[in-house]
Design a protein around this ligand. Sequence first.
Ligand code: NAP
Length: 301
Amino acid sequence: MSKRQAKKLFGLIGRNVDYSWSPLIHNTGFETLGLPCFYTIFNIATPELVGDALRGCRALGISGFNVTIPYKKTVVPLLDELSSEADAIQAVNTIVNENGRLIGHNTDIAGFAAPLMPWADRIHGKRVCIFGNGGAALAAVEAFRIHFRPSSVLLFVRELHKADDMLAGYEHRNLVTPCLTADLDLPLGGQQLQECSVIVNATPIGTSGRGDAIRSIVPAGRDLFHKGQIVYDMVYNPIETPLLAEARSAGASTVSGIEMLIAQAARSFFIWTGRELPVDAVRKAVLDEIGQIAGPGSGLK
Ligand code: NAP
């Protein structure tokens, strides 16, 4: 590809997101397919500046964005149109610029669901649980609702009012039963968890480099996991978090957050380019970056 060739520009809107792997994922995709496109990071210091950024996008013809913490909701009223998924949870992680009209999508929902598809029969009609009350937790609730129809979703949070905040305006909130993480120390709380077909961590607990990286969101040593369960950690670095390690040793099936990371990116990539993300090349690039070899039960295929 000629260095003089004009390139379509894509980027990530967020705050303090220099650590993101999205440039690696999308630029690997563009280079592998020989597309004249480039992806970079736009750190925006305050919510007030997000509108300016989107006006700049229209003026400059920037082709699209991903959106991450803390602006997934901030962008919603500033866009020209929303996909049904983005509208359902009032959160956008992907924007495409269609001739100056900015359309918001949410690929976290389908990206979360993708690695669970082989187990759909195990989830349908059963109870599942999610830890967390942020945007990722709500995307997981909606993904379960659309793709797997569980009987109910237990939402484990540190304070019940945060579950109410998360579910405010969500049309299907009846599907969700808020629970306190502190109750997991009680026999009934533990039993509730044991009865879930899927357990999802949608908090940052276990992320490499954090003070609590060695901790699991589920109290350790309580034998709360068993064979037949699926334990899904949205954290993608390390690939095997303390939560997944304990679940795997108890015989549960595990899913690493790297699967969601790649699956949501693949959907953004398709929206922007109409092309399939070359997933094998991307997975290799991400694994090289993490510097880890995927172990058995990491969720990597
Ligand atoms: P967020 O809006 O900041 O929400 C974080 C959630 O974690 C909140 O519910 C928070 O609860 C909870 N939390 C934080 N520290 C906790 C602790 N010590 N104990 C219990 N709960 C705690 O973030 P988000 O956008 O929802 O993302 C959540 C996680 O998922 C992040 O690690 C993110 O990187 C990951 N994620 C991964 C993917 C992927 O593709 N793999 C996609 C999206 C998100 P409080 O309100 O009580 O603090």
